[in-house]
Design a protein around this ligand. Structure first.
Ligand SMILES: Cc1ncc(COP(=O)(O)O)c(C=O)c1O
Length: 353
């Protein structure tokens, strides 16, 4: 079980503890009305052909029911973000961190938004780097916790390294931490490990982020998920923007997630096959020095003169992510697994270099 010192009330930002949330017209009346004159909408309709004149459900109840079936998580332990899981990252800083006073712990190299969002909120990010083979240094993370540490960011499978962390190391951090531990599982669908959502009942300080942007192929829709205790989700609901997921996205997501969810498995299978193929073919190239093991939909590849290779690929119209300046990623490119044709085009260019 988590450290018994964890107390949600104590770790909340003081002004958030007793905040009165904005109450939308839709919060105050939820039944079926004959005449809706409560929200200053345009009762005549909306320009164009659609019917978008009414504000959407602020808590996305119908959509959450669909997500609940897919994820096996109750709707009151779920927050949905209309700007992807990045929205959840920002809200966690708002909920827990006092600007100019509190801090968070990040383990570089990792996803950049934990640091950017900290800066936006004037929160110090303490860095505890991963090992050379990109594993979590649990003891060092625990040693870095102080009385002002409110959030610990653990990205597993990690971006940009691609690997999932050793589960025992993650568990050690969760159990030792009196602060919130956030596990970002953006790439969980490509990984053999179970989601940490299965452990939420054991750990009141655990928050899990997931997204529809990767395996589901819905990056354009911007829909992210946060799973945590009912109490944490209630706090996030209090501070979120009133209508944070627009009605078009809610309607579309309900439809496709109800009717086409099985397609996700097909995409994952194709991507995993593509990842294996890319690994095998990249390993044959003399310039490639190392391909890091991946539990995600991309590969981190160490390649001689990586920045120049990146520029040469750009000239050929092939864009990968140059990570060569990132801590522990010297001479590394991050390559997303594409379609068979895309993977072949990449390999063709790399063979020419
Ligand atoms: C680890 C990680 N978390 C979160 C995100 C953001 O996801 P979303 O599209 O849901 O905002 C990304 C995007 O690349 C990511 O790599």
């Amino acid at each position: 079980m988590a450290d018994s010192n964890f107390s949600l009330v104590d770790i909340l930002r003081s002004n958030i503890r007793n905040i009165t949330p904005y109450s939308t017209a839709r919060d105050e009346y939820q039944g079926v009305a004959l005449v809706n004159l409560d929200a200053n909408e345009n009762s005549f309709g909306s320009v164009g052909n659609g019917s978008y004149n009414r504000y959407p459900d602020p808590y996305q109840i119908e959509l959450k029911k669909v997500v609940s079936k897919i994820k096996g998580m109750p709707t009151d332990q779920m927050f949905l973000g209309g700007s992807g899981s990045d929205e959840g990252i920002g809200l966690l800083y708002t909920a827990f961190c006092e600007p100019g006073k509190d801090n968070a712990i990040v383990c570089p190299p990792t996803y950049g938004m934990y640091g950017v969002s900290a800066e936006i909120n004037d929160i110090l990010c303490k860095e505890v780097p991963l090992t050379d083979d990109f594993q979590l240094q649990a003891d060092k993370v625990i040693a870095a916790i102080d009385e002002h540490t409110k959030l610990i960011w653990i990205c597993s499978p990690n971006n940009p390294s691609g690997n999932a962390y050793d589960r025992q190391a993650v568990r050690k951090v969760i159990e030792a931490s009196p602060s919130i531990v956030v596990i970002d599982e953006a790439y969980i669908d490509f990984c053999n490990e179970p989601s940490w959502t299965t452990e939420l009942k054991n750990y009141p300080n655990l928050v899990v982020l997931q997204t529809f942007s990767k395996a589901w192929g819905l990056a354009n829709m911007r829909l992210g998920m946060m799973f945590a205790s009912k109490e944490i989700i209630a706090v996030i609901n209090k501070i979120k923007l009133p209508y944070n997921i627009n009605g078009m996205v809610q309607k579309y997501a309900i439809d496709i997630l109800s009717n086409y969810a099985s397609q996700k498995g097909e995409y994952v299978a194709e991507i995993l096959a593509g990842r294996k193929f890319l690994e095998q073919e990249l390993a044959k190239l003399p310039k490639v020095q190392k391909i890091y093991p991946s539990d995600a939909n991309f590969l981190l590849v160490k390649i001689a003169n990586a920045h120049q290779v990146y520029l040469d690929l750009v000239k050929a119209g092939i864009i990968v992510r140059d990570r060569s300046k990132v801590k522990l990623c010297n001479d590394c490119l991050r390559i997303t697994v594409g379609t068979t044709e895309e993977n072949q085009s990449l390999l063709k260019e790399l063979r020419k270099l």
